[in-house]
Ligand binder design. Structure first.
Ligand code: VGL
Ligand code: ZN
Length: 211
């Protein structure tokens, strides 16, 4: 079992990000058993759920004449227009049924403001609205945050960058995550992660206590 100050953050293991889902991440389902294995070693696990209202600004369907995966400019910056996904309380927004983490302590739902996206589990895309996760983790004495899930280059990367910016030692578990990789987004994410001091690790090293 890991130190009580180590927290595992399992990101967006929801049907819409699985093969066949509305915003499918290739091989996304492969990370579920890996997440389960990791979770057994962590006494403290937190889950996230992408959780949008149907009229969410990140959905291409809410922008006349625009198609999924195009870019648009919003008051807070550049935004990818996504297929409609993870609408609150739909099947696609549900956590994968094979996720076996009965001891998960908290579920952070993000992206609930209709006019702001939130890839990060910590800060919304306006870069100023907190979700409360940093405060929660500080309150419980967390020092190190292990991030994995879907998608490596969006919600996992942004969450890891914000965990680091909030002052936590941060590890991104690469083989417990899968990427969307839109226009070089995966390489760009790793560049930022390295520059920010986020550690890149593999599941075997985490399970063996080497990372
Ligand atoms: C995500 C795009 C839009 C993710 C969520 O979980 O990585 N990506 N919403
Ligand atoms: Zn989303």
């Amino acid at each position: 079992m890991r130190s009580a100050n180590d927290v595992l953050l399992l990101i967006d293991l929801q049907y819409d990000f699985m093969p066949g889902g509305a915003l499918a991440v290739a091989h996304g389902d492969e990370v579920v058993p890996v997440a389960n294995r990791l979770a057994r070693e962590f006494g403290h696990v937190v889950l996230t759920q992408d959780w949008h209202p149907a009229q969410h600004v990140s959905f291409a369907a809410n922008h006349a004449g625009r198609a999924p995966f195009e870019m648009t400019t919003l008051p807070y910056g550049e935004q990818v227009l996504w297929p409609t996904h993870c609408v609150q309380d739909t099947e696609g927004a549900a956590l994968h049924r094979d996720l076996d983490v009965p001891h998960a302590r908290a579920i952070i739902r993000k992206g609930h403001h209709a006019d702001v996206d939130s890839y990060s589990a910590f800060l919304e895309a306006d870069r100023k609205t907190p979700t409360g996760l940093a405060g929660y983790l500080r309150d419980v004495g967390a020092q190190r945050v292990y991030c994995c899930g879907l998608a490596t280059d969006y919600c996992v990367a942004w969450s890891a960058l914000d965990a680091r910016a909030a002052g936590f030692e941060t590890v991104l578990i690469e083989d417990a995550s899968r990427a969307i990789d839109l226009n070089g987004s995966l390489a760009a994410a790793w560049e930022q992660l390295h520059a920010a001091g986020v550690t890149r690790a593999q599941t075997a090293d985490v399970l063996a206590g080497r990372a």
